[in-house]
Write a protein that binds this ligand. Structure first.
Ligand code: UD1
Length: 386
């Protein structure tokens, strides 16, 4: 069987790494039964957004890089489709495996389906019901087209069934990102937080001390809904500079989109001149995991971090009004609470959350064995059809 799997942007890498390893394990007991080709669309291309994750997670170099790069959504999706169609016509795979909800997920599932190739979506069925989110559009289209829908939780199964997906297309596989977390937990735990800061600090200063205090906040923010409008971004920045940084050190690994927007809106100097805010380059996988293990509080708009905080127990403020990952919410037993991007709401939940304790939880099938179940689901389906 020939499988092409696709990655495009940072959150895809931790989802594909365990799948590739599952193929390796399978091929050791069934020599050469799965021929795997890894395609990188090239949406994320900076070393710190891409190459670093291939190294950290031992992902073999992509067999094919489509070199799509930055651009508008239509440019990214269109250029990916044009390039990926050629790959499919040259390689004739039996299955295309896509993960997550980025532009690569959408572009490659549409292209594969039009070429008559079966599509498997890992992380199917997540729904924020927010059509202003590019990722929600990507999820809806990908799931509508996929032959095999592998879900991370039971709520996702319900979502898919409500949309009319037949039971035979859906399998409950668990959360593949947690395979990566479990595989890398020990390696992260032995890292020194001080060294992490020293290696990743944006404005290195020889005289500075890098020791990480016992109490600190960790923050990431990149969603267009938070960073693309000054009226939204400025009050959040003021809250961070005056209130969070007044209480404790705030470490902020900064996404290229957020950095660009802070500069455009003239907010960059305010952030960099606040002594208790430490800006970092985007962190590698182990560095982020290590910092998350010790953080007093996480502020983020990333879906992946919401999930990691749930398993690690880090109290998390999710800077969004909705989430496609309800199992991570405190009201469902998780570690996170939705605070949107209104400062009053953020402040209230921030103060409440500072009182809460670390409480790791493990939703059903977030057990580190999801990748094997994903591969088995594809092989079972192929067997049923032969
Ligand atoms: C993308 C995903 C989002 C995911 C996020 C994680 C989609 C629709 N969005 O958003 O779901 O949560 O990745 O990071 O696919 N840039 C660089 N270097 C890079 C990549 C991007 O400087 O390696 C800059 C580009 O100038 C670009 C901006 O960052 O304008 C945003 O990148 P883009 O790929 O458009 O989307 P993300 O916001 O990263």
């Amino acid at each position: 069987m020939k499988i092409i799997s696709v990655v495009g942007a940072r959150p895809n890498f931790m989802k594909i790494a365990p799948f590739i390893r599952a193929i390796g394990r399978h091929n050791r007991s069934h020599p050469d039964s799965v021929n795997h080709i890894l395609v990188h669309t090239g949406q994320h291309y900076d070393d710190r957004m891409s190459k670093q994750f291939f190294e950290d997670l031992n992902i073999p170099a992509a067999d094919i890089n489509l070199g799509v790069g930055s651009g508008s959504h239509a440019e990214q999706v269109g250029n990916t489709m044009i390039a990926f169609e050629k790959v499919l016509q040259a390689e004739h795979p039996d299955w295309v495996v896509v993960v997550g909800d980025v532009n690569a997920t959408l572009a490659c599932s549409v292209t594969a389906k039009k070429e008559g190739v079966r599509v498997c979506h890992i992380e199917a069925g997540l729904r924020s019901r927010d059509m202003a989110m590019p990722e929600e559009i990507n999820r809806l289209v990908t799931d509508r087209l996929s032959d095999l829908l592998l879900t991370p939780d039971r709520i996702s199964i319900k979502n898919l069934e409500q949309e009319g997906a037949g039971k035979n297309r859906i399998r409950f596989a668990g959360n593949i990102m947690i395979d990566t977390l479990e595989e890398n937990r020990e390696k992260a735990a032995i890292l020194s937080p001080g060294d992490i800061i020293k290696r990743n600090i944006l404005n290195a200063d020889e005289t500075r001390r890098y020791a990480v205090p016992e109490k600190f906040a960790l923050m990431t923010m990149h969603r267009p809904s938070n960073v693309d409008q000054k009226e939204v971004l400025e009050p959040i920045v003021n809250f961070l500079c005056k209130e969070v940084a007044g209480d404790m050190t705030l470490y902020w690994p900064i996404h290229p989109r957020a950095k660009k927007q802070l500069e455009i809106f003239g907010l960059w100097d305010r952030v960099t001149s606040t002594p208790n805010i430490v800006l970092l380059h985007p962190l590698g996988y182990h560095d982020m995991l290590r910092m998350n293990m010790d953080a007093t509080i996480m502020l983020t708009d990333s879906g992946g971090l919401q999930e990691e905080c749930t398993v690690l127990g880090t109290p998390c403020l999710t800077l969004r009004w909705n989430t496609e990952r309800p199992v991570t919410l405190r009201k469902h037993g998780g570690a996170s609470v939705l605070v949107g991007n209104n400062v009053e709401k953020i402040r209230k939940e921030y103060l409440d959350t500072l009182q809460s304790e670390r409480k790791p939880v493990r939703p059903e099938l977030w057990d580190g064995k999801t990748a094997d179940r994903c591969l088995k689901a594809i092989l079972d389906r192929a067997r049923e059809e032969s």
